[in-house]
Design a protein around this ligand. Structure first.
Ligand code: NDP
Length: 285
Protein backbone atom coordinates (compact mmCIF):
# COMPACT_ATOMS: atom_id res chain seq x y z
CA UNK A 1 0.00 0.00 0.00
CA UNK A 2 1.24 3.47 -0.89
CA UNK A 3 2.28 5.91 1.80
CA UNK A 4 0.20 9.07 1.87
CA UNK A 5 1.90 12.39 1.15
CA UNK A 6 -0.27 14.55 3.35
CA UNK A 7 -0.84 18.06 2.01
CA UNK A 8 -2.41 18.89 5.33
CA UNK A 9 0.73 18.16 7.34
CA UNK A 10 3.19 19.63 4.86
CA UNK A 11 1.14 22.79 4.32
CA UNK A 12 0.77 23.27 8.08
CA UNK A 13 4.54 23.04 8.44
CA UNK A 14 5.19 25.55 5.63
CA UNK A 15 2.61 27.96 7.03
CA UNK A 16 4.09 27.67 10.50
CA UNK A 17 7.55 28.51 9.15
CA UNK A 18 6.11 31.49 7.26
CA UNK A 19 4.23 32.66 10.37
CA UNK A 20 7.42 32.56 12.44
CA UNK A 21 9.30 34.67 9.92
CA UNK A 22 6.41 37.12 9.55
CA UNK A 23 6.34 37.46 13.33
CA UNK A 24 10.09 38.13 13.42
CA UNK A 25 9.69 40.81 10.74
CA UNK A 26 6.86 42.39 12.68
CA UNK A 27 9.16 42.80 15.67
CA UNK A 28 11.29 44.94 13.37
CA UNK A 29 8.15 46.97 12.45
CA UNK A 30 7.97 45.30 9.03
CA UNK A 31 4.56 44.11 7.87
CA UNK A 32 3.90 41.66 5.05
CA UNK A 33 0.91 42.35 2.86
CA UNK A 34 -0.87 40.56 0.01
CA UNK A 35 -3.37 42.30 -2.28
CA UNK A 36 -5.89 40.08 -4.06
CA UNK A 37 -8.09 41.54 -6.79
CA UNK A 38 -11.28 39.68 -7.66
CA UNK A 39 -13.62 40.77 -10.45
CA UNK A 40 -17.22 39.53 -10.40
CA UNK A 41 -18.83 36.89 -8.24
CA UNK A 42 -17.68 33.54 -9.60
CA UNK A 43 -18.52 31.27 -6.61
CA UNK A 44 -15.39 29.11 -6.95
CA UNK A 45 -13.18 32.22 -7.18
CA UNK A 46 -14.87 33.73 -4.15
CA UNK A 47 -14.18 30.54 -2.18
CA UNK A 48 -10.51 30.54 -3.26
CA UNK A 49 -10.07 34.20 -2.34
CA UNK A 50 -11.68 33.65 1.06
CA UNK A 51 -9.26 30.75 1.62
CA UNK A 52 -6.30 32.97 0.72
CA UNK A 53 -7.45 35.64 3.16
CA UNK A 54 -7.76 32.99 5.91
CA UNK A 55 -4.27 31.66 5.15
CA UNK A 56 -2.89 35.20 5.37
CA UNK A 57 -4.53 35.66 8.74
CA UNK A 58 -3.11 32.37 10.01
CA UNK A 59 0.39 33.45 8.91
CA UNK A 60 0.14 37.01 10.25
CA UNK A 61 0.17 38.41 6.71
CA UNK A 62 -2.09 41.39 6.09
CA UNK A 63 -4.48 40.88 3.21
CA UNK A 64 -6.43 43.35 1.11
CA UNK A 65 -9.20 41.79 -0.92
CA UNK A 66 -10.19 44.28 -3.62
CA UNK A 67 -13.63 43.30 -4.91
CA UNK A 68 -14.60 44.80 -8.25
CA UNK A 69 -17.96 44.42 -10.00
CA UNK A 70 -18.42 42.07 -12.98
CA UNK A 71 -18.81 45.05 -15.37
CA UNK A 72 -15.38 46.51 -14.45
CA UNK A 73 -13.57 47.46 -17.67
CA UNK A 74 -10.11 46.22 -18.54
CA UNK A 75 -8.80 49.79 -18.26
CA UNK A 76 -10.23 50.12 -14.74
CA UNK A 77 -8.72 46.82 -13.68
CA UNK A 78 -5.34 47.76 -15.14
CA UNK A 79 -5.50 50.99 -13.18
CA UNK A 80 -6.06 49.03 -9.95
CA UNK A 81 -3.14 46.77 -10.77
CA UNK A 82 -0.90 49.80 -11.38
CA UNK A 83 -2.00 51.35 -8.08
CA UNK A 84 -1.01 48.16 -6.22
CA UNK A 85 2.28 48.00 -8.13
CA UNK A 86 3.09 51.50 -6.95
CA UNK A 87 1.88 51.06 -3.37
CA UNK A 88 4.99 50.28 -1.28
CA UNK A 89 2.86 48.73 1.47
CA UNK A 90 1.74 45.95 -0.93
CA UNK A 91 4.35 43.18 -1.16
CA UNK A 92 2.45 40.58 -3.15
CA UNK A 93 -0.29 41.07 -5.72
CA UNK A 94 -2.49 38.58 -7.51
CA UNK A 95 -5.54 38.85 -9.71
CA UNK A 96 -7.88 35.92 -9.22
CA UNK A 97 -8.56 34.05 -12.47
CA UNK A 98 -10.68 33.50 -14.47
CA UNK A 99 -11.61 37.07 -15.35
CA UNK A 100 -14.89 38.03 -17.04
CA UNK A 101 -14.75 37.38 -20.79
CA UNK A 102 -14.53 41.05 -21.80
CA UNK A 103 -11.15 41.39 -20.03
CA UNK A 104 -7.95 40.02 -21.59
CA UNK A 105 -6.19 37.96 -18.91
CA UNK A 106 -2.86 38.25 -20.65
CA UNK A 107 -2.94 42.07 -20.56
CA UNK A 108 -3.75 42.01 -16.87
CA UNK A 109 -1.07 39.48 -15.90
CA UNK A 110 1.50 41.37 -17.98
CA UNK A 111 0.69 44.51 -15.98
CA UNK A 112 1.58 42.97 -12.60
CA UNK A 113 5.00 44.10 -11.34
CA UNK A 114 7.23 40.98 -11.52
CA UNK A 115 8.63 41.66 -8.03
CA UNK A 116 5.07 41.44 -6.62
CA UNK A 117 3.92 38.55 -8.85
CA UNK A 118 3.51 35.94 -6.10
CA UNK A 119 1.51 33.66 -8.43
CA UNK A 120 4.57 33.45 -10.70
CA UNK A 121 2.47 34.01 -13.84
CA UNK A 122 4.15 37.06 -15.42
CA UNK A 123 6.39 36.50 -18.45
CA UNK A 124 9.41 37.77 -16.49
CA UNK A 125 9.00 35.14 -13.76
CA UNK A 126 8.18 32.39 -16.25
CA UNK A 127 11.29 33.30 -18.29
CA UNK A 128 13.48 33.28 -15.20
CA UNK A 129 12.12 29.87 -14.23
CA UNK A 130 12.98 28.53 -17.70
CA UNK A 131 16.60 29.66 -17.42
CA UNK A 132 16.87 28.65 -13.76
CA UNK A 133 17.18 32.13 -12.26
CA UNK A 134 15.75 33.04 -8.87
CA UNK A 135 12.07 33.92 -9.33
CA UNK A 136 8.58 33.36 -7.93
CA UNK A 137 7.62 29.82 -8.86
CA UNK A 138 3.95 29.19 -9.68
CA UNK A 139 2.34 27.89 -6.50
CA UNK A 140 0.86 24.57 -7.67
CA UNK A 141 3.99 23.07 -9.28
CA UNK A 142 6.11 24.49 -6.46
CA UNK A 143 3.81 22.71 -4.00
CA UNK A 144 4.08 19.46 -5.98
CA UNK A 145 7.87 19.75 -5.85
CA UNK A 146 7.75 20.14 -2.06
CA UNK A 147 5.58 17.03 -1.87
CA UNK A 148 8.06 15.08 -4.00
CA UNK A 149 10.95 16.29 -1.84
CA UNK A 150 9.08 15.15 1.30
CA UNK A 151 9.42 11.52 0.20
CA UNK A 152 13.20 11.78 0.61
CA UNK A 153 13.66 10.06 -2.75
CA UNK A 154 16.08 11.51 -5.28
CA UNK A 155 14.52 12.75 -8.52
CA UNK A 156 17.80 12.66 -10.43
CA UNK A 157 17.72 10.27 -13.37
CA UNK A 158 14.14 9.17 -12.66
CA UNK A 159 11.52 8.92 -15.38
CA UNK A 160 9.03 11.69 -14.63
CA UNK A 161 5.78 11.90 -16.57
CA UNK A 162 3.56 14.98 -16.38
CA UNK A 163 0.07 14.62 -17.81
CA UNK A 164 -1.38 18.02 -18.77
CA UNK A 165 0.49 20.99 -20.27
CA UNK A 166 -1.31 24.07 -18.96
CA UNK A 167 0.74 27.20 -18.34
CA UNK A 168 -0.06 27.18 -14.64
CA UNK A 169 0.53 23.50 -13.82
CA UNK A 170 1.81 21.04 -16.41
CA UNK A 171 4.42 23.08 -18.31
CA UNK A 172 6.10 24.61 -15.25
CA UNK A 173 5.96 21.24 -13.47
CA UNK A 174 7.89 19.65 -16.33
CA UNK A 175 10.52 22.41 -16.11
CA UNK A 176 10.90 22.04 -12.36
CA UNK A 177 11.33 18.28 -12.65
CA UNK A 178 13.92 18.81 -15.39
CA UNK A 179 15.79 21.18 -13.06
CA UNK A 180 15.85 18.30 -10.54
CA UNK A 181 17.59 16.20 -13.21
CA UNK A 182 14.61 13.93 -13.84
CA UNK A 183 14.06 12.71 -17.40
CA UNK A 184 10.76 14.33 -18.22
CA UNK A 185 7.94 13.42 -20.60
CA UNK A 186 5.16 16.00 -20.94
CA UNK A 187 1.87 14.49 -22.12
CA UNK A 188 -1.33 16.11 -23.39
CA UNK A 189 -4.52 15.34 -25.27
CA UNK A 190 -2.63 14.44 -28.49
CA UNK A 191 -0.21 12.06 -26.77
CA UNK A 192 -0.22 8.56 -28.19
CA UNK A 193 0.07 5.49 -25.96
CA UNK A 194 -0.47 7.53 -22.81
CA UNK A 195 -1.06 4.45 -20.66
CA UNK A 196 2.24 2.93 -21.78
CA UNK A 197 4.14 6.16 -21.06
CA UNK A 198 2.55 6.46 -17.61
CA UNK A 199 3.49 2.86 -16.79
CA UNK A 200 7.16 3.83 -17.20
CA UNK A 201 6.88 6.74 -14.77
CA UNK A 202 8.82 6.65 -11.52
CA UNK A 203 7.22 10.02 -10.83
CA UNK A 204 3.71 10.63 -12.21
CA UNK A 205 2.16 14.11 -11.94
CA UNK A 206 -1.39 14.40 -13.24
CA UNK A 207 -3.14 17.70 -14.03
CA UNK A 208 -5.87 16.96 -16.55
CA UNK A 209 -9.17 17.83 -14.86
CA UNK A 210 -10.93 14.49 -15.41
CA UNK A 211 -12.12 12.35 -12.56
CA UNK A 212 -10.28 9.01 -12.20
CA UNK A 213 -8.54 9.57 -15.55
CA UNK A 214 -5.46 7.62 -14.41
CA UNK A 215 -6.40 4.03 -13.67
CA UNK A 216 -4.48 1.56 -11.53
CA UNK A 217 -3.02 -0.24 -14.55
CA UNK A 218 -1.32 3.02 -15.67
CA UNK A 219 0.76 3.21 -12.48
CA UNK A 220 4.21 1.64 -12.23
CA UNK A 221 4.78 -0.40 -9.05
CA UNK A 222 6.74 1.78 -6.61
CA UNK A 223 5.93 5.07 -8.38
CA UNK A 224 5.35 8.42 -6.67
CA UNK A 225 1.95 9.75 -7.79
CA UNK A 226 1.03 13.43 -7.45
CA UNK A 227 -2.63 14.12 -8.22
CA UNK A 228 -3.28 17.79 -9.02
CA UNK A 229 -6.84 17.33 -10.31
CA UNK A 230 -9.84 18.70 -8.48
CA UNK A 231 -13.14 17.43 -9.84
CA UNK A 232 -16.60 17.64 -8.30
CA UNK A 233 -18.00 14.11 -8.69
CA UNK A 234 -21.59 13.02 -9.26
CA UNK A 235 -21.57 12.13 -5.55
CA UNK A 236 -21.01 15.82 -4.76
CA UNK A 237 -17.54 15.10 -3.36
CA UNK A 238 -14.12 16.21 -4.63
CA UNK A 239 -12.10 13.68 -6.59
CA UNK A 240 -8.68 13.80 -8.19
CA UNK A 241 -7.60 12.79 -11.67
CA UNK A 242 -6.23 9.49 -10.34
CA UNK A 243 -8.22 6.44 -9.25
CA UNK A 244 -6.86 6.74 -5.73
CA UNK A 245 -7.82 3.28 -4.43
CA UNK A 246 -6.42 1.38 -7.42
CA UNK A 247 -3.27 3.54 -7.69
CA UNK A 248 -2.59 3.15 -3.96
CA UNK A 249 -2.22 -0.61 -4.47
CA UNK A 250 0.72 0.00 -6.85
CA UNK A 251 2.41 3.29 -5.89
CA UNK A 252 4.99 3.79 -3.15
CA UNK A 253 3.69 7.30 -2.40
CA UNK A 254 0.49 9.09 -3.39
CA UNK A 255 -1.25 12.40 -2.68
CA UNK A 256 -4.91 12.41 -1.61
CA UNK A 257 -7.71 14.62 -2.99
CA UNK A 258 -8.86 16.55 -1.06
CA UNK A 259 -6.07 17.20 1.45
CA UNK A 260 -3.25 17.08 -1.07
CA UNK A 261 -1.83 19.45 -3.68
CA UNK A 262 -4.56 22.08 -3.17
CA UNK A 263 -3.44 22.80 0.40
CA UNK A 264 0.20 22.98 -0.68
CA UNK A 265 -0.69 25.45 -3.45
CA UNK A 266 -2.16 27.75 -0.82
CA UNK A 267 0.84 27.37 1.47
CA UNK A 268 3.24 28.20 -1.36
CA UNK A 269 1.40 31.47 -1.96
CA UNK A 270 2.12 32.43 1.63
CA UNK A 271 5.77 31.52 1.20
CA UNK A 272 6.01 33.57 -2.03
CA UNK A 273 4.39 36.57 -0.34
CA UNK A 274 6.87 36.44 2.53
CA UNK A 275 9.69 36.09 0.00
CA UNK A 276 8.40 39.13 -1.93
CA UNK A 277 8.44 41.21 1.25
CA UNK A 278 11.95 40.08 2.12
CA UNK A 279 13.26 40.82 -1.37
CA UNK A 280 11.61 44.25 -1.49
CA UNK A 281 12.99 45.03 1.94
CA UNK A 282 16.44 43.89 0.85
CA UNK A 283 16.30 46.20 -2.15
CA UNK A 284 15.11 49.12 -0.05
CA UNK A 285 17.97 48.83 2.46
P1 NDP B 1 -6.28 22.79 -18.18
O1 NDP B 1 -7.67 22.47 -18.61
O2 NDP B 1 -5.72 24.15 -18.46
O3 NDP B 1 -5.29 21.72 -18.83
C1 NDP B 1 -5.62 20.37 -18.90
C2 NDP B 1 -4.53 19.62 -19.62
O4 NDP B 1 -4.92 18.26 -19.68
C3 NDP B 1 -4.30 20.10 -21.05
O5 NDP B 1 -2.93 20.26 -21.29
C4 NDP B 1 -4.89 19.00 -21.90
O6 NDP B 1 -4.22 18.77 -23.11
C5 NDP B 1 -4.70 17.79 -21.00
N1 NDP B 1 -5.64 16.74 -21.36
C6 NDP B 1 -6.97 16.84 -21.54
N2 NDP B 1 -7.49 15.67 -21.91
C7 NDP B 1 -6.43 14.81 -22.00
C8 NDP B 1 -6.31 13.45 -22.39
N3 NDP B 1 -7.38 12.74 -22.76
N4 NDP B 1 -5.09 12.90 -22.36
C9 NDP B 1 -4.00 13.61 -21.99
N5 NDP B 1 -4.06 14.90 -21.62
C10 NDP B 1 -5.26 15.48 -21.65
O7 NDP B 1 -6.23 22.43 -16.64
P2 NDP B 1 -5.28 22.92 -15.43
O8 NDP B 1 -3.88 22.53 -15.68
O9 NDP B 1 -5.59 24.33 -15.09
O10 NDP B 1 -5.89 22.02 -14.26
C11 NDP B 1 -5.88 20.62 -14.32
C12 NDP B 1 -6.60 20.08 -13.10
O11 NDP B 1 -5.89 20.50 -11.94
C13 NDP B 1 -8.03 20.58 -12.90
O12 NDP B 1 -8.77 19.55 -12.29
C14 NDP B 1 -7.89 21.74 -11.96
O13 NDP B 1 -9.06 21.96 -11.19
C15 NDP B 1 -6.76 21.23 -11.09
N6 NDP B 1 -5.98 22.28 -10.45
C16 NDP B 1 -5.68 22.10 -9.16
C17 NDP B 1 -4.91 23.00 -8.48
C18 NDP B 1 -4.57 22.73 -7.08
O14 NDP B 1 -4.14 23.63 -6.37
N7 NDP B 1 -4.70 21.47 -6.63
C19 NDP B 1 -4.42 24.22 -9.14
C20 NDP B 1 -4.71 24.29 -10.55
C21 NDP B 1 -5.48 23.34 -11.17
P3 NDP B 1 -4.20 19.84 -24.33
O15 NDP B 1 -3.20 20.88 -23.91
O16 NDP B 1 -3.75 19.05 -25.50
O17 NDP B 1 -5.59 20.39 -24.44
Amino acid sequence: MAKLISGKELAARVKQEVAQEVQALRQKQITVRLAVIIVGENPASMTYVAGKARDCEACGIESDVIRLPEQTTEAELLERVRACNEDPSVNGLLVQLPLPKHICEKNVIDAIAPEKDVDGFTPVNVGKMVIGESCFLPCTPAGCLEMLRSTGLSMAGKNAVVVGRSNIVGKPMALLLCAQNATVTLCHSRTQDLAEICRRADILVVAVGRERFITGDMVKPGAVVIDVGINRGADGKLHGDVDFEAASEKAAFITPVPGGVGLMTRAMLMRNTLEAAKRQRGQAE
